[in-house]
Design a protein around this ligand. Structure first.
Ligand code: ATP
Ligand code: MG
Length: 586
């Protein structure tokens, strides 16, 4: 039995379908990229600028007084910005860059975390025609240095403490870095830095947006580094067409929504859907400075009356782990739509969402390279728990086999192959910075190869199977780790699971699984044996793990993804590779 036929389908009511921004089957919608292009404004003269679509357009259309950004500080502070406020602040930032002598193409890095200055720097940079690159604020000096060097940073926006610890010691090695702007400057800045607040206060608050073309570079995003060294993916202004359309069709955003994307702006989700898509869709977007905390999150959902919520499997698993009593104390009736991205979302988590929070989590799939959501469970579509849904209208996705230079679509139901996309969507990455050969290798025979394995069922739903790098080859079977992990996650004792292949004389490789337990579960031989038995019964002996190791935690990237490559390297005594993105490098 495969996952596709072992789970109940969560049907949507006729009213739910009719209310969705994309009612019915996406494949029948008739939408395509030319439709989406009409949903954005564009600059006079035919250009496109992301910041214009996100901010200035709404002000020009009389919506300047609408609430754009609602920020929750770590310590209980709360600040709101209207679209008028954002226009003024981003104009000032853009003008400051210009006054400092920077022009089109200026590379502005931010090392700030979830604070309004990150949003203002991002949009202000794009207004000036520059390129914005967010860095995850918990990075230490080395990952910061590596990324700023590859990206040839010209400006850095950060705090005094982060500058002193993570940048100052090596700054003289990066001559391209001309200005460092400190958000907490207090008049006694270290040499070579500028107090951003004071500089902005002396800057005029009007600015004419640079006439950027659709193909001008706007964003530089580094991948999570789950499978190796992070790559710098280049994105252009035209990407906003995809951000806006997927915000509307997949996240079901509409003016008046209070939208909370929990991703950090240091990752692509936190920019595409934590800044751009919500603002272009004229919603009120939330930004919470604090780290994950189950009680705080439920309080926030209730108190801020969040209507649309976009989060990740790591957080959802932690919420499940925290139990059902906590959410029962909160009124979550304003929530209308919940979505998840970043890792496989197991069926139990989707169903838990519906039972405990009132809605299923709608899984969707994309990657730094695609710039925006490509495959999704839409609000107006039945959900098959465990599936990542269907391609967005306008995106052609296929399951393929790679045979030398040929890419052969596999049309059979539930056949595992590489997930491939037909290039040409607007938010497609245009380069891996400084790695031309690597970029070229992603494209073959008219397809973009995602590096992920998946299957498609008879109804056109896609099912994630694992990363091509993580695939396990056992006695002639290709085993995607996701299938093994999803099976272990069905067991009530298991909180998280990761499956890898280890060498075996007879089978080539066999599966080994690592799990962490839910609260109150007792590790031990008996439980390991029970998990092995459960897996064998559900998956069959050929696919089931031979060993299950219970651990206190699993290695993960700072963006929250389980690093199977590291489990494997440690198991086999192989080199561990790049660890700059490991959550606990110690
Ligand atoms: P690197 O490319 O550096 O190894 P990464 O692939 O984790 O890191 P991202 O671009 O942040 O970097 O992540 C995209 C990847 O995350 C996808 O290619 C896929 O493997 C995984 N992913 C994203 N969404 C989903 C999903 N809904 N289900 C399963 N996997 C997902
Ligand atoms: Mg990747």
């Amino acid at each position: 039995m495969t996952k596709a036929d072992s789970q109940p389908i969560l049907h949507k009511s006729r009213a739910e379908r009719a209310a969705a921004n994309l009612p019915g089957d996406p494949a029948q919608s008739g939408f395509d990229w030319s439709t989406y292009r009409q949903w954005i404004d564009g600059l006079p003269g035919g250009g496109i600028n992301i910041a214009h679509e996100a901010v200035d357009r709404h002000v020009a259309q009389g919506h300047g007084a609408d609430e754009a950004l609602r920020w929750l500080g770590r310590d209980g502070a709360r600040r709101t910005f209207t679209y008028d406020d954002l226009k003024r602040e981003t104009d000032r930032f853009a003008r400051l860059l210009t006054d400092l002598g920077h022009g089109k193409g200026v590379r502005v890095f931010a090392l700030l975390g979830r604070v309004p200055a990150t949003i203002i720097a991002a949009l202000g940079t794009m207004k000036a025609g520059g390129v914005f690159c967010p860095l995850y604020s918990a990075f230490g000096p080395e990952p910061v240095r590596a990324r700023m060097t590859i990206g040839e940073a010209s400006v850095l926006v950060t705090t005094t403490a982060d500058y002193a610890r993570k940048v100052q010691p090596w700054r003289s090695d990066l001559p391209s870095l001309r200005h460092v702007l400190l958000t907490d400057g207090a008049g006694a800045e270290p040499e070579g830095t500028i107090d951003l607040g004071a500089a902005l206060a002396g800057t005029a608050s009007d600015f004419t947006i640079a006439s950027t073309s659709p193909d001008d570079m706007a964003l530089l995003h580094f991948t999570s580094g789950t499978t190796g060294k992070p790559k710098g993916a280049v994105h252009v202004h035209e990407a906003v067409v995809a951000h806006h359309a997927t915000g509307r069709l997949v996240l079901d955003l509409r003016p008046g929504d209070v939208f909370w994307c929990t991703a950090d702006p240091g990752w692509v989700t936190g920019t595409s859907y934590g800044i751009i898509a919500p603002l272009t869709n004229r919603v009120t977007m939330m930004l919470d400075e604090a780290e994950f905390d189950a009680a705080r999150w439920y309080q926030t959902l209730e108190r801020e009356q969040v209507t649309v919520w976009y989060t990740a499997p790591t957080a959802i698993r932690l919420l499940v782990k925290a139990g059902n009593e906590l959410p029962s104390r909160h009124d979550l009736s304003r929530l209308r739509f919940m979505a998840s991205v970043g890792e496989p979302l197991n069926a139990e988590a989707v169903i838990w969402g519906r039972e405990v929070l009132g809605h299923p989590f709608h899984d969707n799939w994309w990657q730094t390279e695609t710039g925006g959501i490509m495959v999704a469970n839409f609000a107006g579509m039945d959900v098959k728990p465990g599936s990542m849904g269907k391609p967005i209208p306008g995106v052609e996705a296929a399951i393929v086999a790679i045979e030398g230079e040929k890419v052969v679509p596999l049309t059979g139901a539930m056949v595992t192959g590489q997930l491939a996309l037909r290039p040409g969507w607007p938010s497609m990455f245009r380069a891996y910075l400084g790695e031309a050969a690597r970029y070229a290798a992603c494209f073959r025979d008219g397809w973009y190869l995602t590096g992920d394995l998946a299957r498609r069922d008879d109804d056109g739903y896609f099912w994630f199977a694992g990363r091509a790098d993580d695939v396990i080859k056992s006695a002639g079977h290709l085993i995607g780790p996701t299938e093994v992990e999803a099976c272990l996650l069905e067991h009530p004792a298991v909180a998280e699971a990761a499956a890898i292949g280890i060498p075996d004389e007879r089978a080539g490789e066999v599966v080994k699984a690592f799990v962490t337990l839910r609260q109150g579960q007792v590790p031990g031989e008996a439980l390991s044996r029970e998990l092995l038995g459960h897996a064998r019964k559900r998956l069959g002996a050929a696919i089931a793990p031979r060993q299950v190791e219970i651990r206190a935690d699993l290695p993960r990237t700072r963006s929250g993804k389980i690093m199977r490559r590291l489990l494997r390297a440690r198991e086999l005594g192989l080199p561990e590779g790049d660890l700059s993105t490991l959550e606990n490098p110690a």
